[in-house]
Ligand binder design. Sequence first.
Ligand SMILES: Cc1cc2nc3c(=O)[nH]c(=O)nc-3n(C[C@H](O)[C@H](O)[C@H](O)COP(=O)(O)OP(=O)(O)OC[C@H]3O[C@@H](n4cnc5c(N)ncnc54)[C@H](O)[C@@H]3O)c2cc1C
Length: 465
Amino acid sequence: MTNELIKNLRNSLHGKLVLPTDAEYDTVRKVYNGMIDKRPGMIAQCTDVQDVINSLNFAKENNILLAVRGGGHNAGGLGIADDALVIDLSPMKEIKVDTASKTVKVQGGCLLKERDAATHEVGMTVPAGIFGTTGVAGLTLGGGLGYMTRQYGLSIDNLLEAEVVLANGNQVKASAKENTDLFWALRGGGGNFGIVVSFLFKLCPAHTVYGGPMLWPVSDTKEMLTWYHNFISKAPDNVYGFFATLTVPPVAPFPEHLHLKKMCGVVWCYTGDMDEAEEVFKPIRAVKTPALDFVGPIPVPALQTLFDGLYPPGLLWYWKADYVKDLPEAAIDVHVKYGNELPTPLSSMHMYPVNGAASRVGKNETAWNYRDANYAVVIVGIDPDQSNKDKIINWARDYWNAHRPHSAGGAYINFMMDEGEDRIKATYGDNYKKLAEIKAKYDPNNLFRVNQNIKPQKAAAGAIA
Ligand SMILES: Cc1cc2nc3c(=O)[nH]c(=O)nc-3n(C[C@H](O)[C@H](O)[C@H](O)COP(=O)(O)OP(=O)(O)OC[C@H]3O[C@@H](n4cnc5c(N)ncnc54)[C@H](O)[C@@H]3O)c2cc1C
């Protein structure tokens, strides 16, 4: 790459082009997961759509690997890659709430907490994840699970339109009316089909919910997980709770006698009538007196950022995941065993219910195929210390291997690191063929391949790039 070419790209951008020789390079190339240490060739910090198009064309003309970064939270660090030109959308953060149409339009660099803050002002939300620091873009394109999944569905179930820069450098809209095949593929197919510069979402009513963590000693895992499974399978859509095994952080506001104790628990989010919340939770609290009960009225943005401070960027995260349809006693026993053996205080297992509204969308209506799963299970070994890397990896792998007989086959792509093509195919099931064909139409040369990659299935006659 000549200096002249780099200068041309730099001059064509409104945003900054960061190179390995720049002082800020090591800060800018960092992603959330401290286990990822990649060295891109250049990072284009795009401030507008023209920057995105210019950078994409530059990568193509000079045959440089292209990576696209939204919030930088991807499990496998797929927002960056060695030697790549990174299209970094993080400066693109415009948010427009429209109360008349009950929609919010956000640019591709927004974080969940930024969108939540804007929609909260009008008493609305968009169903999304449980950490405010996660990027709207990557989370949405993979599906988008969170506290509102049972009530309002996945993030993609509330996506109305996306503005996309395609591999050919053109900008198009994808919606139920325009480029409908692209719209179908974007809803679960990840970053395979183009660079989404903005998303238009439907707003859902939710201002203050009744939520927070309720914990029991880890020795109660078998009893509580058995109860939870029966409960959440039949609960009304407005009662959400994900099950977890975890260690109580040794900080306020957690009571000192519980510090560093292994626990099991549920993090709740009830979106129904606040006047009825105490009544709804009476039978839940009566099952077994919780050792810790922080459940109460809480504004949506506060619930959706509850864990942000406990998990700052830069920790080592090793992820394994699976979708699960049922929870037989043998599967519960696996969770009991590995919940008791959490390798480090930050390591955890989360079991996110995906029943309720999310399960009432057809398997083939969007690319997100596991509409008949009941849970997305994620096992994460987490620690700040490099010397504990093997420990967290081994625990997560052993746990996942023991859990495999109970897997529905695939896993949520946003919870996967590098697991290979077979796993990706298993995740998309009978939607994979259609995804590969749409990929061939919109990205026949696989320009967008730093992702859970869907290979184009032979450039179709109608390929447009
Ligand atoms: C702490 C933490 C908590 C999480 N909690 C949840 C949760 O509650 N629910 C949930 O569903 N997921 C959750 N996730 C997973 C999360 O959805 C994925 O990590 C997701 O990939 C993050 O998106 P991002 O934009 O931050 O990531 P990035 O690393 O920036 O990008 C991820 C992928 O998306 C592609 N991409 C990013 N932006 C664009 C764009 N604008 N156009 C096209 N492609 C793009 C990238 O190329 C890459 O392949 C969590 C992750 C973390 C680390």
